[in-house]
Design a protein around this ligand. Structure first.
Ligand code: UDX
Length: 437
């Protein structure tokens, strides 16, 4: 099939590369010429395992091309995916201006009556996470531009890709949600996903739009729930890992997303929970669970800093080695990373920080410039008064405590992601402080 994907950010590029790999002809469109140049060289401007190889393979095979010309991409495609950003405004509401601007460009192109090289009927698919009702807004923009309702259909097809495993999530989805108002559009999108042999669910456009928010909000709720249980564990002497493992065996509950820690971050959960709360409030409903989910999440990183202060007392001049930075392992993404909140609090209290993250360097973000960066775990902990783990990268789990013991000044580990066995750490001569243990 001939496809256009507007927006070469995370979602757009993964979608474009994966569909090209399934044998479709894909034009990925972006306004950013520099980004297009990078992509055309087969380079990917962010970290996602396997994506550079997929992009370059399909680009070489000419199934994946990059362009800034939205108009020609629209005319050459049967299906047009909108995958532009919907960042949060200061009140939590999703900023939909980029989606509107793309819809206007599509409408103008179709109105111009330039030669449609790929059939008259177009399916416009919203991949961006958008508030409920966005499908109607895009439809209205096309109708206002005198595009006949016979010639297009707007579909909502939310993505459920996790950073770090986006390609495998795309290729092996638990379900594919297609929110459509008619069979023609639904069948076309189902056909596109046929090679994946996945469970495709046909819903209304508005339900599909909510499914995305509700799914992410539920996962965030699971995390805040287990973090609350962890806080109770600390007070009553239970171990949250034992609790979560046993709870998770109940099939109705499931073990995933029950890892307690310093809270969730990233480009989706914080933003989507706030956007859903905003959506509810706009309709006069007070979302009480969601408010608590964000409160518990904010509390987790503060409580972690509280533990560090309680143990180390005065942080002025103390050297703290921070292992990790990215909001989760296998990504260099720092958006809403709880690590940054923790580091800022420690800096304010006068601590000297040395950081090591396998994927993040001091050039990744302006605020990081004042931190000292190490090239490896042992360099980072050399001379440290305390070690704190904020991201559960696999290599941190392999640390040799006997070697570490000789390097550090203070033998204490604050494990913000519960990656170590407290008994083992204690036996090797360190004091261990985790979350909920
Ligand atoms: C998430 C959703 O999983 C994905 O379906 C959606 O499309 C985009 O948002 P992502 O943000 O990439 O994906 O990461 P995810 O693996 O879900 O983790 C999100 C955050 O939750 C991370 O900060 C992670 O550390 C935290 N987390 C996750 C926990 O604290 N405990 C857990 O048990 C699981």
């Amino acid at each position: 099939m001939k496809l256009a994907v507007i927006g070469t950010g995370y979602v757009g590029l993964v979608t474009g590369a994966c569909f090209a790999n399934l044998g479709n002809d894909v034009i990925c469109v972006d306004k950013d010429l520099k980004r297009l140049e990078t992509l055309s060289k087969g380079d990917v401007p962010f970290y996602e395992p396997g994506l550079p190889e997929l992009v370059s393979k399909n680009h070489k095979a000419k199934r994946l091309v990059f362009s800034h010309d939205i108009s020609s991409a629209v005319l050459n495609s049967e299906v047009i995916f909108i995958a532009v950003g919907t960042p949060p405004k200061s009140n939590g509401q999703a900023d939909i201006s980029a989606v509107i601007s793309v819809a206007q460009s599509i409408a103008k192109t179709l109105k111009s009556k330039k030669k449609n090289k790929s059939g008259k009927f177009k399916v416009i698919v919203n991949k961006s996470t958008v508030p409920v009702g966005m499908g109607d807004i895009v439809t209205k923009i096309l109708i206002e531009n005198k595009i006949s309702e016979k010639d297009f259909s707007v579909v909502s097809n939310p993505e459920f890709l996790r950073e770090g495993s986006a390609i495998s999530d795309f290729m092996n989805p638990d379900r594919i949600v297609v929110g459509a108002s008619n069979n023609r559009a639904f069948n076309l999108i189902t056909e596109l996903y046929r090679p994946l042999n996945a469970h495709v669910i046909f819903t209304s456009v508005k339900s599909a739009e909510l499914i995305k928010y509700a799914s992410n909000a539920f996962l965030a709720t699971k995390i805040s729930f287990i973090n609350e249980i962890a806080n109770i564990c600390e007070r009553v002497g239970s171990d949250v890992l034992e609790v979560a493992n046993a709870m998770g065996l109940d099939k109705r509950i499931g073990r995933q997303f029950l890892n307690a820690g310093i809270g969730y971050g990233g480009s989706c959960f914080p933003k989507d929970v706030l956007a859903l709360m905003h959506l509810a409030r706009e309709q006069g409903y007070d979302p009480q669970i969601l408010s608590s989910v964000t409160e518990v999440n904010d509390f987790q990183s503060d409580a972690f800093v509280g533990k560090i202060l309680k143990e180390l007392k005065n942080l002025r001049g103390k050297r703290i080695s921070v292992l990790g930075l990215s909001f989760k392992p296998d990504t260099d993404d720092l958006r809403e990373a709880p690590s940054l909140k923790v580091i800022n609090s420690l800096l304010k209290k006068g601590a000297q920080i040395t950081v090591y993250d396998p994927a993040v360097s001091s050039n990744s973000k302006k605020e990081l410039k004042e931190l000292s960066f190490a090239d490896g775990v042992y360099e980072a902990i050399d001379g440290a008064d305390a070690i704190i783990v904020v991201t559960e990268w696999a290599e941190f789990k392999e640390i040799d405590f006997d070697r570490a013991k000789k390097l550090v000044k203070g033998r204490i580990i604050f494990d913000g992601r519960n990656i170590y066995d407290p008994k083992r750490v204690r036996e090797s001569g360190f004091k261990y402080i985790g979350v909920g243990r």
